[in-house]
Design a binder for this molecule. Structure first.
Ligand SMILES: CC(C)(COP(=O)(O)OP(=O)(O)OC[C@H]1O[C@@H](n2cnc3c(N)ncnc32)[C@H](O)[C@@H]1OP(=O)(O)O)[C@@H](O)C(=O)NCCC(=O)NCCS
Length: 187
């Protein structure tokens, strides 16, 4: 049991986004978000071909939170509550108070600053509420949007990991980023 992972999903209000639990009524949005294989070329890409796959993923998300091994939080449009993305905390090493983050945003919402806002809220939550003191992220060197987002939040490039991944038949490098709690400027 990893006590740094909360069992309850938070509800955190930002200016334009809300972090909240992903629930079964989000299934169509989950299918649209994760079913876009091209958009998720450099990111998390579970099997996602039908509403059944979406419902299965949602059930898995809750099961993993219950087991406290992975914390997959929804990002909703604050005005409509439509699910538009996710932010995730995983690879938690509780004894070191360290974890890794991942995120994605629906393609229709790209380049509006929404992912930056959501990940900033999530990072603040991880540091302030989960008691973490170091966060890591691993981004493909070609994923300009992700590199820029991390640097805007204060993450520092700490390493270049050659041929770290094999995703959809493609070998990919990874840029390892790290952010310390004391270097993070809260929203
Ligand atoms: C990475 C991702 C979440 C960024 O979402 P977003 O909502 O477009 O991000 P933001 O609007 O907050 O933009 C963040 C920064 O990246 C820049 N950016 C976004 N898309 C860009 C692009 N295609 N080319 C260059 N810069 C880009 C933005 O201009 C902004 O920088 P700025 O404030 O200096 O202008 C989104 O591209 C995505 O979901 N990608 C697929 C999943 C993924 O790769 N996840 C990350 C795995 S490590």
């Amino acid at each position: 049991m990893n006590e740094l992972i909360p069992e309850q999903f938070p509800r955190i209000e930002g200016e334009r986004v809300r972090l909240r639990a992903i629930v079964p009524s989000d299934a169509a949005a989950v299918l649209s978000l994760y079913g876009d294989k091209d958009a998720n070329r450099f990111g998390y890409s579970p099997k996602m071909d039908s509403l059944e796959d979406a419902l299965e993923l949602i059930a898995d998300i809750h099961e993993l939170a219950r087991k406290r091994t992975l914390f997959h939080c929804g990002v909703a449009d604050r005005a409509t509550d439509e699910l538009i993305g996710h932010t995730t905390l995983f690879n938690i090493a509780a004894e070191h108070r360290r974890g890794e983050i991942g995120y994605s945003m629906h393609r229709r919402r790209w380049r509006q600053g929404l992912a930056t806002e959501a990940v900033r809220l999530f990072v603040g939550y991880a540091f302030e509420q989960c008691g973490l003191r170091r966060l890591e992220a691993d981004a493909d060197p070609r994923n300009t949007a992700s590199l820029r987002l991390l640097e805007k939040l204060g993450f520092q490039r700490e390493g270049y990991l050659r041929e770290r991944w094999e995703l959809a038949g493609e070998i990919q490098d990874g840029v390892l980023f790290g952010l310390l709690k004391r270097d993070f400027v809260s929203p």
